[in-house]
Write a protein that binds this ligand. Sequence first.
Ligand SMILES: CC(C)(COP(=O)(O)OP(=O)(O)OC[C@H]1O[C@@H](n2cnc3c(N)ncnc32)[C@H](O)[C@@H]1OP(=O)(O)O)[C@@H](O)C(=O)NCCC(=O)NCCS
Length: 152
Amino acid sequence: MVSLSGLRVINLREGDLQEVMELGHKCFPDPYPMGLLEQLYKSDPSGFMGVRIDGKLVGYLICTMRWGGVGHILSVAVDPGYRRRGVGRALIQKALERLRKEGATAVRLEARKSNLGARAFYTALGFKEERELPHYYEDGETAVLMWYTYPT
Ligand SMILES: CC(C)(COP(=O)(O)OP(=O)(O)OC[C@H]1O[C@@H](n2cnc3c(N)ncnc32)[C@H](O)[C@@H]1OP(=O)(O)O)[C@@H](O)C(=O)NCCC(=O)NCCS
């Protein structure tokens, strides 16, 4: 599919969280509940970013800084009707830029082992699989820990 040109990644506000939650329900078997989204937003509002097309939230990403110069991408999702058009890539690139400005030297994330599409997506964007984290998810599934290291 042809990539969308001129995608603009915006900062999300507290009033956008309902839409974030609804998009999460479309994209994940275990979406973040509203309480968790609110808690994450309060602790780091600048880590919430999104892409709107014709006013509709079609993608979001949540990231934050951890201790020791490590950025963490907690969640990224794109509406099924808008995938493979560069929305996810635009979100990750913006998050990598932002985390770098905040002092990150590397960025981590976890993906479900069975989520081969997401693992291929992160690999295409420069992340490398480091190791498995057994029983990482509530349903017992293993996660794959992936890292991005900034070029020097
Ligand atoms: C993973 C996800 C965010 C990707 O979003 P997207 O907007 O479709 O991604 P992009 O169009 O920016 O893809 C960039 C590149 O990543 C790779 N990629 C993306 N999705 C892929 C897939 N399903 N399988 C293989 N490679 C994929 C491709 O190389 C793609 O470039 P191309 O389309 O030119 O070949 C989206 O599929 C999604 O929301 N999935 C459900 C939620 C999820 O699994 N989130 C991650 C949790 S760890």
